[in-house]
Design a protein around this ligand. Structure first.
Ligand SMILES: [Zn+2]
Length: 398
């Protein structure tokens, strides 16, 4: 296994015990989840942003701050996604610039490919990976599809537990990529419970914040934004469900300060649906961790996570970096997604539409000064949920 020179293995953030091998997930001393650790003094900005590197190399161009060398990456060029200027939206929001970071153009059409590529790369270094089978996770849909694709590449057996409401395209492609699927009646929380019930806890988890690598992959978003903009954006709107993306993007921006490249971090804004907003509620109420949301009910299935695995980490990130959280109505999210599809060419997903609606809400609240560079994260492709987007239009007689 080719590890990178600044990577110092996995460490427990709670008790600081060393974590053992790159395949371990829980701290041997206290059972908390492990995190990658780096010697930041050994990474220069020039190394992280090597001249001549291009977006076509995807997220692995930033392997100076990843655990594994790009030469061993299990990769389909995830990351390196376009940062699309949205001039009309900038005019409407009355800010200097708006960019949509289009994660729909990852290999399986979702931002989760970044983390899954790291997970698969770690597993590819195992002497006998079949020992770890089955690999499993619960998913609202996209992460299950991504996991099936990357685990399929390794030739290992995996299970994705998805709620019955998850998108048909996700369910179909989990199987097409060679993954096993278990459709669980109810909502995401029921799928999460079913993993342990059906597999008797005897599996290797691909769940965010069980594997140390999923939010670790998401941090490369921050590196790409810095690279593409030639500096930091001012505000980044992130559709928020499990907390994985908030924790990951926050870490990426913090690491730029740790290697001495930047002195500040952008304002990161978590956007959740009004009808399922445990992380936003915790931030707005000044609590350290979210309370599970009692009656989640959003049409945007990707954002319906009532008890987020990374809730505490997300809230901690937003508090530490002086971020914010807003909630948005589903109808506003779908309006934003369909308007962006109409005006900006790209396939904006419903969850990405929530991030855009969050930016609208910021504008309406007078929270922008007018000179900001704003980034909206489109976390998945609109073609995954065309039915939701189109039925919204039809409901409006359009
Ligand atoms: Zn520990």
């Amino acid at each position: 296994m080719e590890l990178t020179s600044a990577f110092r293995g996995l460490v427990c953030p709670t008790c600081t015990a060393d974590g053992g091998s790159v395949f371990d997930q829980q701290c041997p001393a206290c059972g908390d989840e492990l995190e990658p650790r780096y010697e930041y003094d050994e990474v220069s900005a020039a190394e992280l942003f090597e001249p001549g590197e291009t977006a076509s190399q995807g997220q692995w161009r930033f392997d100076a701050l990843l655990p594994f060398d790009r030469s061993v990456a299990v990769s389909a060029a995830e990351g390196g996604t376009p940062l699309c200027g949205a001039d009309r939206l900038a005019d409407e929001l009355d800010v200097a610039d708006v960019y949509i970071k289009d994660e729909g153009r990852n290999p399986t059409g979702t931002v989760y490919d970044r983390g899954m590529s790291l997970v698969a790369t770690a597993l590819s270094g195992h002497d006998d990976p079949e020992e770890l089978e089955p690999l499993a996770l619960a998913s609202t849909g996209n992460s299950g599809q991504s996991a099936a694709a990357y685990v399929g590449r390794l030739g290992l057996r995996s299970y994705a537990f998805v709620p019955s409401r998850s998108a048909f395209s996700n369910k179909a492609m989990i199987n097409v990529h060679g993954g096993q699927m278990r459709v669980v009646g109810g909502r995401y929380g029921d799928a999460a419970s079913a993993v342990d019930e059906q597999l008797a806890a005897d599996y290797y988890s691909l769940q965010e914040f069980a594997t140390p690598y999923r939010h670790e992959g998401a941090k490369t978003l921050a590196f790409e934004l810095y690279s593409d903009l030639g500096g930091l954006p001012d505000v980044v709107f992130v559709p928020t469900s499990t907390g994985e993306l908030i924790a990951g993007v926050g870490r990426g921006f913090e690491e730029l300060t740790k290697i001495g490249l930047t002195e500040s971090t952008p304002t990161i804004v978590a956007v959740q649906p009004t009808s399922c907003a445990p992380i936003a509620a915790a931030v707005q109420q000044g609590r350290d961790s979210p309370e599970p949301w009692t009656h989640p009910d959003t049409i945007i299935g990707e954002l319906e996570v009532a008890d987020p695995a990374g809730g505490t980490q997300a809230v901690d990130t937003l508090q530490r970096l002086d971020g914010a959280a807003v909630t948005v109505e589903d109808s506003d999210s779908l309006d934003a997604a369909t308007t962006i599809c109409h005006n900006e060419i790209i396939e904006m997903g419903a969850a990405g539409g929530a991030a855009a609606a969050g930016a609208w809400e910021f504008a309406e609240d007078g929270a922008f000064d007018g000179d900001e560079t704003v980034v909206i994260l489109n976390t998945d492709s609109g073609v995954k949920t065309p039915d939701i987007l189109r039925s919204h239009l039809m409901g409006q007689g359009r």
